[in-house]
Ligand binder design. Structure first.
Ligand code: NOJ
Length: 753
């Protein structure tokens, strides 16, 4: 099963009991240890084989000479030991969420276990689970790995085995599912067609498999490839390094991963200068590493999108080398060449983002070529139909190889004014409100070099290709006016576009309120982001330290309600501020031209755990570690229930549990709950936040809170009603009460929803 859409075709879910649906580990261990002691065998040896196998097989393994009666006696003893001790048997984490999802999706389910009927009934009752169908070892001739139990359940449900999903946490169980011709989902890091963190993960995948299009309301995560995970110790991130951290992403509720460019590149702009669109750079691990990552991601139900960088290539691309070699070369018109101005200087006043003119003179042919970024990043000529055709093929190539779409780099830049007219200068008091560029660049009104309306035709063309592959296209469009941005996602243009209002701002609650309201009203297809690899980190821009983190979390709560897709930039889930990069240790070409705009601060290595290399690398990282503290790391935050990471995980797990309500409507309205409160409503859900630095006197909530950024005890199962006094940056999700939640005895400590 490589795609989530395959899950949409399932007709039944067959669940193993112990360790899968029911957390009985301690009870099983106690019973087998007692039995091992009574019979003079080593408990560890017995425990190593007992799990997943019928008791009879384990007994025979240790006492091969016993006759059938003696084996039956031993099994009875074990059953008695286990039935007598059910004190800590509970439903597994996520079980309630899964059973609710199965109920709502109308998917039949059954329990198929290696335990006997008496024990199975006792355990399931202790966990509060009532399966509509139970197949035990007493119903079959052989237990797992024999497929009989699973086949019997499928037959009784009247479902084709090929349309069943087996959920297991042991090798014999997975073998039984595979032998039955069923799709398997594995827990505890085992290998099945799907790999699950817990049952809540499966509930989420089943719901999402029935969501159309698949990216609707999805949660995205940007991986800045050079700085996420290094599997080789060379200090530079790679694709296998990403593969090592996929469970971190699924535990955050991520649905789709955006990988910054992995194509062959001289890395003058760290991959945003591509020399071969059809090759994976060896520095990132080459073709095999990409194939491995895609397989592992898809196995977890994660989609993966690439980065389509086609405003420009590298000057090392064979197209450019050919184009620069002669004015009559067939590739000449793939790029934009012009004669010098009468004074011998550049043909017009356009500027490079990274400083200086956007034109470089090429002595070999006596003309200038255009580059809106570095001279090593020549701009492609999108008015050339041959180029247009070539890029279609690039897109086809990667979508056929398994990518699930693309983030479109500088999506609004591709087409330039046909006459290459000079940009007007802005009045001195009206500089463009944009970070990530030099001061000179901000002085111009970029009327002719970027954001030309013809670009929509190209996006429409790509959309047709993408839709054939069920792929997703999300644009990088620095158009802060939401109404203008909405035109990029109108009709059959891009599926979505990032709205950078929350990225191009420092903390100004009034302004954020106004901008956000305009963006929400403009389109239900925007992608919500607070940061990326090109701007200072959100927690820093929002004030730094604990205040910056609280503000960022409050905005995440609002984002969680909004239609479209919501995104995290790597490290944002940890509330990371800017990394510290001492002068002289940076690598960013923009930072070289304008140090206060250096993007290195957002690109220092992902801190996985304390210690040298931060768990990012065993070698010397390509950028400084950034001055991270132990508390900044994933390892430390996972262990701290009050960490930023756990708060965000709680938010995202709550959002998952509300998925059907989100799916009910895309219509979002701003709600007035009193001065100082930012509130939105989407059907039966509300997001409410105090973005100000002063408390808001008691607010009458229109529905009970099911998430509270200041109270981890609040959840869909433990809602909070009544008036609330909102602390500064406190944010809530509210839900109109549901009629019923399934009753299972779950262990809250382990996160059972
Ligand atoms: C936008 C990318 O995000 C940035 O990192 C890059 O430098 C430019 N486009 C040029 O490709």
């Amino acid at each position: 099963m490589s795609r989530r859409s395959d899950l949409g075709k399932l007709e039944a879910v067959l669940l193993d009991m112990d360790g899968t649906l029911v957390d009985s580990d301690a009870s099983v261990e106690r019973a087998w240890s007692t039995w091992a002691g009574e019979n003079g065998v080593a408990a560890e040896a017995v425990l190593a084989v007992a799990h997943g196998n019928p008791s009879e097989r384990t007994v025979r393994r240790f006492f091969p000479l016993l006759d059938d009666d003696a084996v039956a006696l031993a099994v009875r003893r074990l059953t008695a030991l286990q039935c007598d001790d059910l004190s800590d048997v509970v439903a597994s984490p996520g079980a309630a969420d899964l059973l609710t999802a199965l109920d709502r999706l109308g998917l039949p389910w059954a329990v198929v276990t290696s335990a006997g009927t008496r024990l199975a009934k006792a355990r399931l009752a202790a966990a509060g689970v009532e399966p509509p169908m139970l197949v035990t070892i007493d119903d079959v001739r052989h237990g797992k790995p024999d497929p009989e139990g699973y086949l019997r359940a499928a037959a009784a449900l009247g479902v084709d085995p090929a349309a069943c999903l087996v959920v297991e946490d042991s090798e014999p169980g997975l073998a039984a599912g595979t032998a039955a011709g069923m799709t398997t989902a594995a827990l505890r890091g085992l290998s099945g067609d799907l790999r699950l963190n817990d049952l809540g993960h499966l509930a989420h995948l089943l719901r999402r498999a029935r969501t159309t299009p698949w990216w609707r309301d999805a949660v995205g995560y940007q991986v800045y490839l050079p700085s996420f995970g290094d599997s080789t110790g060379d200090g530079w991130g790679d694709l296998a390094g990403v593969g090592e951290h996929l469970d971190h992403l699924t535990s955050l509720g991520v649905d789709v991963l955006w990988l910054t460019p992995f194509f062959r590149s001289p890395m003058r702009d760290h991959g945003y200068d591509i020399a071969d669109y059809s090759a994976v750079d060896p520095l990132f691990g080459g073709e095999a590493a990409l194939a491995g990552l895609l397989a592992e991601a898809h196995r977890r139900g994660l989609r993966v999108i690439g980065d389509l960088v086609v405003n420009h290539t590298s000057d090392d691309h064979p197209w450019f080398r050919a184009a620069a070699s002669s004015a009559i070369d067939p590739y000449r018109d793939f790029y934009i060449w012009r004669d010098p101005a009468p004074d011998g200087g550049p043909p017009n006043n356009w500027l490079s983002h990274f400083g200086g003119p956007a034109w470089t003179f090429s002595a070999a042919t006596g003309q200038y070529y255009l580059h809106l970024f570095r001279p090593e990043q020549p701009d492609l000529n999108w008015r050339n139909p041959v180029l247009v055709q070539q890029i279609d093929e690039v897109i086809e190539h990667w979508l056929a190889r398994g990518l699930d779409g693309f983030r479109i780099d500088t999506a609004a830049y591709l087409v330039k004014d046909a006459d290459l007219r000079d940009n007007p200068l802005l009045p001195a008091d009206l500089l463009a409100p944009m970070a990530g560029v030099t001061m000179d660049w901000r002085r111009q009104d970029h009327r002719y070099d970027i954001h030309q309306p013809d670009v929509h035709t190209i996006h429409e063309r790509w959309r047709r290709v993408a839709d054939r592959h069920d792929a997703f296209l999300v644009g990088e469009v620095y158009e802060l006016d939401p109404a203008a941005l909405a035109r990029f996602v109108d009709g059959e243009r891009l599926h979505s576009s990032f709205w950078f209002g929350l990225v191009e701002t420092n903390w100004d609650p009034e302004q954020i309120d106004t901008m956000l309201a305009a963006a929400v009203a403009a389109s239900p297809r925007l992608s919500w982001v607070q940061g990326n690899h090109d701007r200072r980190r959100a927690a820093t821009r929002y004030g730094g330290g604990e205040t910056g983190r609280r503000r960022s979390l409050a905005l995440h709560v609002l984002m969680a309600l909004l239609p479209g897709t919501m995104w995290f930039y790597q490290g944002e889930e940890l509330g990371l501020g800017d990394g510290h990069v001492p002068p002289g240790h940076g690598a960013d070409p923009l930072g070289a031209a304008q140090p206060d705009q250096s993007r290195d601060v957002a690109r220092t290595p992902m801190p996985w755990r304390p210690g040298p290399g931060l768990g990012f690398t065993t070698g010397r990282p390509w950028l400084p570690e950034g001055g991270r503290s132990a508390a900044d790391t994933v390892a430390a935050q996972e262990a701290d229930p009050a960490s930023h990471l756990n708060a965000l995980r709680g938010l995202m797990m709550t959002r998952r549990a509300l998925a059907d309500l989100l799916a009910a409507t895309d219509e979002v309205t701003k709600v007035d709950l009193g001065a100082g409160v930012t509130a939105y409503r989407r059907g039966g859900l509300w997001a409410v936040a105090n973005l100000r630095d002063t408390p808001v006197p008691a607010v009458d909530l229109p529905a009970p809170a099911v998430f509270d950024s200041d109270d981890a005890a609040v959840s869909p199962q433990r809602p909070k009603s009544g008036p609330v006094r909102l602390a500064p940056q406190q944010a809530l999700l509210l839900m109109r009460p549901r009629l019923r939640w399934p009753v299972v005895r779950s262990c809250a400590r382990r996160g059972g929803v």
